[in-house]
Write a protein that binds this ligand. Structure first.
Ligand code: FES
Ligand code: FES
Length: 177
């Protein structure tokens, strides 16, 4: 009698334990925050889900829209494209840290003055990116601002107002982080 054929094992055994969470320290808007995070947690998720700072928006989660832009040590970065653990010890500035109600940052005021948003979803990223641009000191003309803000998309098409707002603050050159 022939032996009954057996189906080859698919290799399903006990799943490996997920990596342990680790301690990550971020200085967010001047406040030291210690968080226990899984190693794959993006900076964006750390801000939104663990630090309760939902001003930073998740659009594409793939580095394509710029809505998640924050400043790390004064430089703009797509927070969806970096792991929180990679920023351990760094200073992170979000839209909540730039200005508050009653004490608006000049870029926030300029966005209002120039009607530079409709739904507002891209706006925190636009403003953080504009501050990063100002810190870089590279953009002076409208064409340079357009080019260097091109990583921040606006699905409402408020680009005319955004350009005018950023240009106004660039021209004043008052803002330094
Ligand atoms: S959510 Fe990060 S670039 Fe779109
Ligand atoms: S204001 Fe709506 S996406 Fe820019």
């Amino acid at each position: 009698m022939k032996p009954t054929p057996t189906i080859p094992s698919a290799g399903f055994g006990a799943l490996p334990e997920p990596p342990a969470t680790g301690n990550v320290t971020l200085i967010i808007n001047g406040v030291r925050r210690e968080m226990q995070l899984a190693p794959w947690t993006s900076l964006l998720d750390a801000l939104r889900e663990y630090a309760d700072l939902t001003g930073t928006k998740k659009g594409c989660d793939h580095g394509q829209c710029g809505s998640c832009t924050v400043l790390v040590n004064g430089k703009r970065i797509n927070s969806c494209l970096t792991l929180a653990v990679m920023q351990d010890g760094n200073e992170v500035t979000t839209i909540e840290g730039l200005g508050q109600e009653g004490n608006l940052h000049p870029l926030q005021q300029a966005f209002i003055d120039h009607d530079a948003f409709q739904c507002g979803y891209c706006t925190p990223g636009q403003i953080c990116s504009a501050q990063g641009l100002i810190n870089e000191g590279r953009a002076h003309t409208e064409d340079e601002i357009r080019e260097l803000m091109s990583g921040n998309l606006c699905r409402c098409g408020a680009y005319v107002g955004i350009l005018a707002a950023v240009k106004e603050v660039v021209d004043k050159q008052k803002v330094k982080l």
